[in-house]
Design a protein. Structure first.
Length: 72
């Protein structure tokens, strides 16, 4: 079944927004707040596939996350 281009576009936007929410919620859960510094790395994190960014978000410290994604 082929979906209409408009529907596919809306679906892609919804997925992207869902991932953005997931990243923000995970950062809040780990660090207690999504301050300006952590908020600034969200878009850089989303460039990676979820298979890659999930372990990074779960394992790196705040300082390691900021260092990794502020460079890119």
């Amino acid at each position: 079944m082929k979906l209409s281009p408009i529907y596919e576009e809306q679906l892609a936007k919804a997925r992207q927004e869902g991932q953005r929410t997931l990243v923000k919620d995970l950062l809040i859960s780990r660090f207690g707040v999504l301050d300006e510094q952590l908020g600034a790395i969200v878009e850089a994190v989303l460039v990676l596939p979820s298979k890659e960014f999930m372990p990074i978000l779960l394992n790196l410290s705040r300082e390691e996350l900021l260092a990794r994604f502020n460079r890119e």
